[in-house]
Design a protein around this ligand. Structure first.
Ligand SMILES: Nc1ncnc2c1ncn2[C@@H]1O[C@H](COP(=O)(O)OP(=O)(O)OP(=O)(O)O)[C@@H](O)[C@H]1O
Ligand SMILES: [Mg+2]
Length: 461
């Protein structure tokens, strides 16, 4: 089976790494080829110089007294191939032998490095080892006299190696700089995408009229932006259609329902002594009231969706509304202890009727879904310019799988509740929309066994 490489999730990192590694591979290939060529060339130059020295006519005719000076000159000219600052090293060695008279001249270090035995002679150059170094030796024979010149190849190699190491270090620094540059350029290339993402993040159902200007984007992204804008157009159109449809439908249903409710109430009043008819009318009236409440909530939700929930920002005090609700709890058949932790005034800005509806839904939920006979608490405190209004009740808690769906439209948590407890599942979703339209929030703050607490936050006036 083929081993799978872990996939890099970041596109920017992939681009930066990919381009850096490609450039680095090209530079390394160049480096290897250049190093090989330099080493080869260097060896050829040394061989060439050595052969040229030996072939020179003046060299073979050097008078005996001048051999030390020739030796020094050879050291000086081949010393240029050694790394700088190497100290008193021997770069070249000279030996002159006469078949009859024996050795005529030897560099002082010759014996220590290359020993006593005569080195190979004859045409061409040879490589020998001496004192742990590699020497290139050439010779010339004129009559009984043979002259050898040996050049230190190890010092030349050391010089090349030092240069290549410096070059490799420079490549390392270059790689880091290339990586940084590639990272920066990849980031710049991603900017239009980030811009688009920013617009998408800011996009909410009530703010679908945002568009990205294709003219400001790079040519490569302009088409993507115009496709995105086209998609937003279609989305906005269908969203408005849907919102208008449910708004219109709810609006059209309101009048006949009001008439029906009035007729039923009048019939109920006239039903007189017929208990069966009375019961039937009472049931119908209940259903019509339920329908009426659904239609009103749907109308408000449709307005909120279309961003038309016009909130007159009037200063108002929520304390009286909370007192009223607490009184209503006190009037229940099963007396429930009510705990109040409310300041004298809860000053906010907004629509009194809508905010009353939010609080009413929270309190009626606490009554409907709280433990029978269990406590209900209403508290409010102001922190950092925000009112935190908590409505809590004694409860066995809400199962975790329901918690995040409570604010969905028509969602009701406990299936068994749905039949016994009246309601349609629109209250919390509408309450949250109203809170948001007031610049606040509504959230489930606690749902563990013991208590359920909803928190409404509103900017303080
Ligand atoms: N205090 C609470 N304790 C436990 N569950 C709750 C509480 N408040 C709400 N819920 C759950 O959240 C669901 C949604 O509440 P929501 O107020 O939106 O709808 P509803 O009360 O069922 O109907 P209505 O539209 O009449 O308000 C409820 O059906 C209930 O299951
Ligand atoms: Mg409710």
């Amino acid at each position: 089976m083929r081993a799978r490489w872990p996939r890099l999730r970041s596109f920017r990192l992939r681009i930066a790494l990919g381009s850096t590694l490609t450039a680095l591979a090209a530079i390394l290939l160049l480096y290897v080829m250049a190093s090989y060529t330099i080493v080869q060339r260097r060896a050829a130059i040394i061989d060439h110089m050595l052969s040229a020295h030996l072939a020179g006519p003046g060299f073979q005719a050097t008078p005996q007294a001048l051999w030390p000076a020739t030796d020094a000159q050879l050291n000086a000219s081949f010393g240029g191939f050694a790394p700088p600052g190497i100290g008193p090293e021997t770069y070249a060695l000279l030996r002159v032998d006469d078949a009859g008279e024996g050795t005529r001249y030897r560099s002082p270090a010759w014996q220590r490095i290359l020993g006593d035995a005569a080195p190979p002679s004859g045409p061409g150059l040879h490589t020998v080892e001496g004192a742990g170094q590699s020497w290139r030796i050439g010779s010339v024979t004129q009559g009984p006299v043979t002259i050898w010149v040996a050049v230190n190849r190890s010092l030349s190699d050391a010089q090349v190696r030092a240069s290549l190491v410096r070059f490799a270090a420079a490549i390392g620094v270059l790689a880091v700089a290339m990586g940084a540059l590639a990272w920066y350029l990849a980031g710049r290339a991603m900017r239009p995408v980030e811009h688009l993402t920013g617009v998408m993040v800011r996009l909410t159902a009530s703010d679908l009229d945002q568009r990205v200007s294709a003219a400001e984007e790079d040519l490569e992204f302009a088409q993507m932006v115009s496709v995105f804008n086209g998609m937003l157009d279609r989305l906005q159109r269908s969203f408005l259609q849907a919102a208008r449809f449910s708004g219109d439908a709810a609006h059209e249903l309101k009048t006949p329902l009001t008439i029906l409710q009035g007729e039923l109430e009048r019939s109920f009043a006239r039903a007189g002594a017929d208990p069966v008819l009375e019961q039937g009318l009472a049931n119908m009236l209940d259903e019509v009231r339920r329908l009426d409440s659904i239609v009103r909530k749907l109308l408000l939700l449709a307005r909120a969706d279309a961003g038309q929930l016009a909130i007159p920002m009037c200063p108002l005090d929520l304390r009286p509304a909370l007192d009223e609700l607490a009184e209503d709890i006190g009037l229940l058949d099963d007396a429930r202890p009510v705990r109040l932790e409310l300041p004298d005034h809860i000053a906010v800005r907004g629509d009194a009727e809508l905010l009353r509806q939010v609080l009413h839904n929270l309190v009626s939920n606490a009554i409907k879904y709280g433990q029978p006979g269990g406590w209900i608490a209403l508290s409010a405190r102001c922190k950092g310019g925000q009112w935190r209004i908590d409505v809590s009740n004694a409860s066995d808690g809400i199962a975790p799988e329901h918690r995040h769906r409570l604010f969905d439209r028509f969602y009701r948590a406990d299936q068994s509740h749905q039949r016994r407890v009246p309601g349609v599942g629109l209250g919390l979703s509408l309450a949250r929309d109203i809170a948001v339209a007031h610049g606040g929030t509504l959230a489930l703050a606690d749902a563990n066994p013991g208590q359920v607490r909803f928190r409404l936050t509103l900017p303080a006036a």
